[in-house]
Design a binder for this molecule. Structure first.
Ligand code: AMP
Ligand code: GLY
Length: 425
């Protein structure tokens, strides 16, 4: 079988490595892929993830049997709709279902209509109305741009002055462009955060092993928000009892709601949850695999990934059960110094020692130059280790991470510490 994977980061590398385990897979094309992914797939750097014409033409001309669309942008733009129109089977939601991520207003209204627990909120299209609402609000408060904003469209205001500034940033200075034409202002929630990715064909759901992201750039969860500096799985706060509550009050109601709204969700649905004193609530939905959550979740999956993805496409997921490995996974991101703000690229990457068998290096932002890998993005590599305990996984991921060098290499040193403090071994 010939497969096509849209995207070119660490998440896509993890998906590709897992898909390759299926013996029927003869070829995987990555559009665009990256320097490190080229060791596992045929990369097509000329066709970017948002080039829908390029992707569809490539799929047809190369007789692709199955496509996986991984990033949010092409999903929101209708990449799956276009591939389906050409008869290419694929994994991922259509554009209508992808609104669960691409429009925060859609997601919040869905949750309100169907009684799915989430933060109380109001929607504003007019900055004056937003500013006057804030006069009687309590703080901290959370302001979110409606549209996709590279994960940066969420502002937490501690005071009225900060909240007013946030309204100006989003709606008047429009730093996230049209994404800020409509905003959500919502209640600030507290509690541990849990990421749960789930396979769903619109009716059945297979939640994956839970995970914990580390979004801030600095140790101790300080500094700016990033795409994610590291992950661990499973998440110790997500007990079997809480998981059952989430299935009943969040996961199944969300699938029902999407079906009733005429946009059944097929693909990987990402639940960003907060375990509040009033029970689990949805912080955000993503219409795709998380990055770097995927880099700790898929290594723990025993069942063949392509089989699951095909069952999602064929709407036969209820006939499958997924099996997971015991043990833990930890992923440490190696970033370019300065990320998530300004950073330099083009730095040669040196791998000074081979990785042990329980360690995998997922390439996120690199490219080939004169036969050598050089950095090309903010997040460069994700080093994942699996082990019977989290402590062992962290030890192995960090020792492998220390064998890789490039100028300006930056990593957090405390990935997994919160999970250990929560009682994990
Ligand atoms: P998002 O881009 O929606 O994942 O939001 C980024 C981060 O902002 C989340 O991971 C939370 O830590 C935080 N956040 C978002 N919404 C809320 C909320 N209502 N209350 C507290 N923190 C929030
Ligand atoms: N790691 C968070 C995300 O993928 O959105």
């Amino acid at each position: 079988m010939k497969l096509l994977v849209v995207g070119g980061g660490g998440r896509e590398h993890a998906i590709i490595k897992k898909l390759k385990e299926n013996p029927d897979v003869t070829e995987i094309y990555a559009l665009p892929g990256n320097g490190g992914i080229a060791a596992d797939a045929v990369c097509i750097p000329e066709i970017g993830a948002k080039d829908l014409d390029g992707i569809v033409n490539f799929a047809k001309s190369h007789n692709v049997d199955f496509a996986v669309v991984a990033p949010d942008d092409p999903l929101a733009m209708g990449c799956v709709d276009r591939l389906h129109a050409e008869g290419v089977p694929c994994f991922g939601p259509d554009a209508k279902a992808a609104r669960i991520e691409s429009s925060k207003v859609f997601a919040k209204n869905l949750m309100r209509k169907y009684g799915i627990p989430t933060a109380e909120y109001q929607v504003f299209t007019n900055p004056e109305a937003a500013l006057s609402y804030l006069e009687s609000a309590s703080f901290p408060i959370v302001l979110k741009a409606d549209g996709l904003a590279l994960g940066k469209g969420v502002l937490i205001a501690q005071t009225l002055a900060e909240a007013r500034q946030a309204v100006r940033t989003l709606m008047q200075d429009r730093v996230f462009g049209a994404a800020g034409d409509e905003i959500v202002i919502e209640q600030f929630l507290t509690g541990p955060e849990v990421s749960v990715l789930a396979f769903t064909d619109g009716k059945a759901i297979i939640p994956m092993v839970s995970s914990m992201d580390h979004k801030r750039v600095g140790d101790g969860d300080t500094g700016l928000n990033t795409g994610g500096m590291g992950t661990v799985a499973p998440n110790p706060y997500y007990t079997p009892e809480i998981a059952q509550v989430c299935v009943n009050t969040i996961f199944l109601p969300t699938l029902d709601a999407m079906r009733k709204e005429g946009c059944p969700f097929k693909g990987c649905l990402y639940f960003g949850l907060m375990l509040t004193p009033d029970g689990p609530k949805v912080i955000e939905y993503n219409c795709r695999f998380g990055d770097p959550e995927t880099q700790v979740v898929l290594p723990l999956l025993k069942t063949d990934l392509l089989t699951i993805m095909q069952a999602v496409e064929n709407e036969t997921l209820s006939e499958l059960a997924a099996e997971w490995r015991d043990g833990c996974a930890a992923c440490v991101i190696l970033a370019s110094g300065g990320y998530p703000e300004h950073y330099e690229t083009g730095k040669p990457i040196d791998f000074t020692a081979p990785f042990p068998p329980n360690v995998t290096c997922y390439h996120a932002g690199d490219r080939e130059r004169d036969g050598k890998l050089v950095t090309s993005g903010g997040r460069v590599l994700g080093i994942t280790a699996t082990a019977p305990t989290l402590q062992a996984a962290l030890r192995d991921a960090y020792s492998a991470a220390d064998t890789v060098s490039f100028e300006g290499k930056y990593l957090r040193r405390d990935i997994g510490q919160r999970a250990l403090r929560a009682g994990m071994n």
